[in-house]
Design a protein around this ligand. Structure first.
Ligand code: 5GP
Ligand code: MG
Length: 187
């Protein structure tokens, strides 16, 4: 796909994303291969929708899947300490291992709230797979539950990035790569 004229630079292109998703899928398959109960993969909408769709297609095991919805930004670039999580999971996670699939972890508030929610709903373990990890602004560490593991796609420099599911003011989610906008588009 041609570079969108609003993008200043690409951090990860389609090929790099696809290769990393395959590697993560292989590691995750190893974790759940011997699970006696099929795991529940929970995607964090909307941002993780493309990553989630790409990842689950590479998992050749019986799994259930569902979404929670988290809203941490209005139309700015600063996340919220108290993200709004809508918890209407249709799949019962009680007694089942869960893999939580997120687009990016920044301060850690959003992922921690969702981990707490899944724990409260009785998940037997919670593993976390975040496509991007932006450790520069971390406030709360990511803590998997029980035997759960932590997977990261790439470490992200401290830029506000868009594409591959991630938006700025509800635009750019459909870009197949991850990039940084030209400064004039952030205003
Ligand atoms: P946290 O609660 O960890 O601060 O923020 C996590 C959420 O903020 C992510 O799920 C994501 O939706 C959003 N977020 C964090 N950093 C970025 C970024 O660089 N770009 C975009 N578009 N969203 C981000
Ligand atoms: Mg998100």
């Amino acid at each position: 796909m041609a570079l969108d004229s609003r993008i200043e630079k690409i951090l990860w292109n389609e090929d790099q994303i696809s290769r990393r998703v395959s590697e993560l899928a292989a590691e995750i398959t190893d974790e759940f291969r011997s699970s006696s109960t099929p795991p529940v993969f929970v995607g964090v909408a909307i941002g993780a929708f493309l990553f989630f769709a790409d990842l689950v297609r590479k998992i050749d095991l019986p799994i259930s899947l569902d979404f929670v919805r988290a809203q941490s930004y209005g139309s700015g670039t600063c996340s919220n300490e108290a993200p709004v999580i809508s918890s209407d999971l249709k799949v019962n996670v009680q007694g089942r291992p869960v893999l939580l699939v997120e687009d990016i972890v920044d301060t850690g508030h959003t992922i921690s709230s969702i981990i707490a929610l899944l724990k409260a709903k009785g998940a037997s373990s919670v593993s976390v797979c975040t496509f991007l990890d932006k450790p520069a602004r971390r406030k709360v560490e990511i803590q998997p539950v029980g035997q759960g593991k932590l997977y990261r796609g790439f470490e992200c420099p401290d830029y506000f990035i868009v594409g591959y599911g991630l938006d700025f003011a509800e635009l750019y989610r459909n870009l197949p790569y991850i990039g940084v906008l030209k400064p004039e588009h952030y205003s």
